[in-house]
Design a protein around this ligand. Structure first.
Ligand code: SF4
Length: 462
């Protein structure tokens, strides 16, 4: 039976206070004289007088502009343009404590909106940011209507599939004379969205957080990777749970009371792999690595591994310092050169902190992304210093964290990011996310375009 996939987004207001973007400084004497003047002009109409000069309600509280409601300020600067002598708008220095040097306050703010509402952030005044830059910002998706017509996916008038298959696949199908499929079709998982939840760092991994990730993954029909010790400690089970096992976890694997659909090995360990396969022969085994070289691909292929998880640090960098765009491409190319790209699945995590990073990572070669810091930010976690390393980073979750609230926030995040993925695919004329993987010809890179335009010109590249 066909069933249309749907993620139920609903309002989940912030539970921790978020610093406003702007500080509104008002000189009380100047404001008082304006109010007196306008009380006369508007014949005592208090509603009008107390709302001036801001249409966003900053000056409309019980005592008007004498206690401005800074959280409503959008920074339009109308007030300070009209009354520079007594209103000044400043960026709020407290906002800098949101996120860290990579997950900047702008990303955090956007993500809070997405997790709060489940909606696509639309500014209405057009894009005001930079058109290029470092990392993900140096890559653009090709939305040319001339190349391919757009497709209307987000409003449901045209179907765009976001489903991905995780697991071993056949390179091709072959049939006997009666038209029957020859050989066995390997088991793969089909997820309706190319997004999973990654294992959180130990510093923040509590029972509540584990339950939020497990329940949100179950609800969204996706997967949550969690350390096997956490799975056992909190008695978690179900289709959505992917136990993460490392050397020394062999006993924990033996004692697991349910058969996971997938198990992730934290680094290659032949003995552990054998033990996992012996205990759960039907489970898909995924190998988590920080880089994938040609030799690694050949060795893993021989060992029968068909699912890989490329794990970068939280700032999207691999061990050698390369950024995600290059590390992912290298891994994808290693599979292509080994002639097995269509038979394996490549997951990736690290540095994916905005909705647009998902299609970009997929275009570079991932099949699906595993979300790490993005989910923590959706749950209003605070960064303690710069959080780069998966093992040592420190986050603080709100003390009032509630499981139901957390599940809704995580679901809202997935819903918003899926809608944005549909927007991108629709604009690119793609009808399924599986076809987007590795489609490098549908993207443009700032370095390439600049080279084409400026190479040979004196001063270029200096
Ligand atoms: S900057 Fe705009 S939104 Fe902020 S207080 Fe002034 S008028 Fe209101």
């Amino acid at each position: 039976m066909y069933r249309r996939y749907h993620l139920q987004a609903s309002l989940a207001p912030d539970i921790a206070a978020v610093p406003s973007r702007f500080r509104v400084h008002v000189k009380k004497r100047g404001l008082a004289s304006l109010i007196i003047k306008e009380l006369i002009q508007y014949r005592g109409n208090q509603a009008v007088v107390m709302s001036r000069p801001c249409v966003y309600g900053v000056f409309s509280g019980p005592v008007g502009g004498f206690a401005p409601r800074e959280h409503l300020c959008v920074g339009c600067l109308r007030c300070t343009t009209q009354y520079p002598e007594f209103v000044q708008i400043y960026p709020n220095p407290e906002r800098k404590r949101l996120g860290d040097s990579y997950f900047t306050p702008d990303y955090v703010e956007t993500l809070h909106y997405e997790a709060r509402t489940g909606r696509v952030p639309v500014k209405g005044a057009g894009y005001r940011g930079r058109f290029g830059g470092e990392g993900w910002n140096g890559m653009w998706t090709d939305m040319s209507e001339i190349v391919r017509p757009t497709r209307d996916g987000i409003h449901g008038r045209e179907f765009i599939s976001t489903a991905v298959d995780i697991g071993p696949k056949l390179p091709f199908l072959s049939f006997d004379e009666q038209g029957r499929l020859k050989g066995q079709v390997p088991t793969a998982l089909s997820l309706p969205i190319p997004m999973l939840f990654d294992a959180p760092p130990a510093s923040v991994l509590s029972e509540k957080l584990a339950k939020v990730l497990a329940a949100a993954a179950q609800e969204a029909e996706t997967l949550a990777i969690l350390p096997i010790s956490t799975v056992k400690k909190f008695g978690l089970s179900g289709e959505a749970i992917v136990p993460l096992v490392a050397a020394g976890d062999a006993d924990a694997v033996k004692g697991l009371t349910f058969e996971p659909r997938m198990i992730e090995l934290d680094g290659w360990n032949e003995d552990l792999h054998r033990q996992v396969q012996a205990r759960f022969p039907k489970s898909i085994v995924c190998l988590r690595l920080d880089r994938l070289s040609q030799e690694e691909v050949v060795r893993s292929n021989r060992a029968g591994i068909r699912v890989f998880h490329l794990s970068l640090n939280y700032h999207g960098r691999g061990k050698s310092g390369q950024f995600a765009l290059d590390v992912i491409r290298d891994a994808h190319t290693a599979f292509v050169e080994a002639g097995c790209r269509d038979e394996v699945t490549l997951l990736g995590s690290g540095g994916i902190v905005a909705a647009e990073h998902v299609p970009k990572a997929i275009i570079r070669g991932l099949d699906a992304v595993s979300l790490d810091t993005a989910v923590l930010v959706a749950l209003q976690a605070q960064f303690v210093g710069d959080c780069t390393d998966r093992h040592s980073s420190q986050f603080q979750l709100p003390t009032k964290l509630d499981v139901n609230w957390g599940v809704q926030r995580a679901q809202n995040l997935l819903s918003s990011w899926r809608d944005q993925l549909l927007e991108v695919m629709g604009a690119m004329g793609l009808r399924e996310v599986r076809r987007m993987r590795g489609e490098i010809g549908r993207a443009m890179f700032q370095v390439d375009l600049e080279r084409e335009a400026f190479s040979g010109i004196e001063g270029y590249g200096s």
